[in-house]
Design a protein around this ligand. Structure first.
Ligand code: 5AD
Ligand code: SF4
Length: 417
């Protein structure tokens, strides 16, 4: 969105001096949605100080609330849904010229017109590339299929062309984005598949690294594990959200796999790529989750020993199936379970981090910290490392760094030969 507005001649500024404020929103959990409403609250005072200020609310909360948002919040000038981002410059222009409030929330079934290319301004080493939009999985807790529409894959040729353009502008690492990258291509007419896409991207000259997220355990097959192992540029890191360790809860979540299926995939990955970095997402307190079910989540964490996890209390979302389940878990229990997950995982993550000390890791240099003049970059396993640069160190280069210390979220290292 910033790129679109810059192309239309606008420049970035901060909240206090801006003539236009665009609030991009997330509705995955209730907490994110609350933040949106308090941010909108701040518009009121800003508009008193500057009545001509233009305010736009975009993204998933906009898509979910539609006209309700415009009715409830007179300080919002336009509501821009998840499929209408490309209209942002036009919408802003209309408000500036005609002072007309408007709402654009139609879902579009043409992924080409939906796509907004990644920015290619100079100086970026890493870039996201979306390979698909939407989601058709309907996990029973999740609002995404409702706010983002059905899964639509972009044609492979278009993705390759975008990656090449990014490389020409200096990008060395791309992260492929989709809600379920393993089902990439299934909705296309040809026989494009995710593994073919990875194979084609691996051959893009000038590109150093490829990452991807998010994988869905149901669709993550042995062919993807083989591709990660075989393809030189694909980093050995798989984010594989398990959500729960209990097969009974996984069924209620409509995830399409059992605990055993999941553990089988982890085993396959580790046998093919012994040092693969594994991360996951966990939901605690899903409706009907008993103490026994929860213990199965803890035992899965202890068994897999992920290097990092993202854990959440179940949050009731509009339009979802689980919203109507009668056996909701009290907040107090959800909080306790989240704390137990944190306690267990913190110890595992710390062990993992200590195990990194002394290792020689390939790092892609992303830039330099202005305050400490240290260089920074990430390992293939996606861990941030800060280190003293040598005279030759430049952004965009791959080099080997020996890990010397583990801090809470980052590592320290020194250039190794
Ligand atoms: N409550 C809690 N966590 C959720 N997530 C998605 N929907 C919900 C919800 N209703 C989590 C899942 C998903 C991550 C992006 O957000 O773990 O993988
Ligand atoms: Fe939500 Fe499930 Fe789709 Fe992920 S796969 S976005 S959790 S519905």
């Amino acid at each position: 969105m910033a790129g679109l507005l810059e192309s239309a001649g606008f420049v970035q500024g901060d909240e206090a001096e801006a003539d236009i404020i665009v609030l991009n929103t997330c509705s995955i959990r209730e907490k994110a949605e609350h933040k949106v409403h308090s941010a909108i609250g701040r518009f009121k005072a800003l508009k008193v100080a500057k009545p001509e200020l233009v305010t736009v609310v975009a993204g998933c909360v906009a898509q979910q609330e539609k006209t309700r948002l415009l009715k409830r919040s007179p300080e919002v000038d336009a509501v821009l849904g998840t499929h209408q981002i490309a209209r942002l410059p036009q919408v802003v222009k209309e408000i500036l010229e005609e002072r007309r409030r408007s709402i654009h929330v139609e879902l579009i079934h043409d992924v080409q017109s939906l796509h907004i290319p990644a920015r290619t301004d100079q100086g970026r080493i890493c870039s996201f590339v979306s390979i698909m939009q939407g989601c058709s999985n309907f996990c029973s807790y999740c609002v995404v299929p409702h706010t983002r529409g059905p899964e639509q894959s972009r044609p492979t040729e278009e993705i390759i062309a975008e990656a090449q353009a990014l490389v020409s502008s200096g990008v060395r690492e791309v992260t492929l984005l989709g809600q379920n990258v393993n089902s990439y291509g299934k909705d296309l007419a040809g026989d494009d598949s995710f593994v073919d896409l990875l194979t084609r991207l691996d051959a893009v000259r000038g590109l150093s690294r490829i990452r991807f997220t998010t994988s869905h355990p149901r669709d993550f097959g042995p062919d993807t594990a083989d591709a990660v192992s075989r393809l030189a540029k694909v980093c050995e890191h798989v984010h594989l959200p398990v959500q729960s360790g209990s097969t009974r809860i996984l069924a209620a979540m409509n995830r399409g796999y059992t605990r055993e299926d999941y553990l089988g995939k982890i085993h396959d990955l580790r046998s093919k790529i012994p040092h693969v970095a594994l991360t996951t997402d966990i939901i605690v307190g899903f409706p009907g989750e008993t103490e026994e079910d929860f213990q199965e989540t803890l035992s899965l964490l202890a068994e897999v020993r992920y290097d990092q996890i993202f854990s959440f209390k179940y949050s009731r979302r509009p339009q979802t199936e689980a919203r109507n389940y009668t056996d909701q878990i009290p907040e107090r229990v959800r909080k306790e379970r989240l704390l137990a997950v944190h306690t267990l995982q913190d110890a595992i993550t710390q062990d993992y981090a200590r195990g990194m000390i002394g290792k020689k890791e390939e790092v892609l240099v992303e830039g330099f910290r202005s305050h400490t003049r240290q260089a920074f970059g990430r390992t293939r396993s996606n861990k941030i490392v800060n280190f003293a640069p040598t005279l030759e160190t430049e952004a965009g280069m791959l080099l080997f760094v020996r890990i010397t210390d583990a801090l809470k979220h980052t590592f320290l290292g020194e250039v190794a030969d």
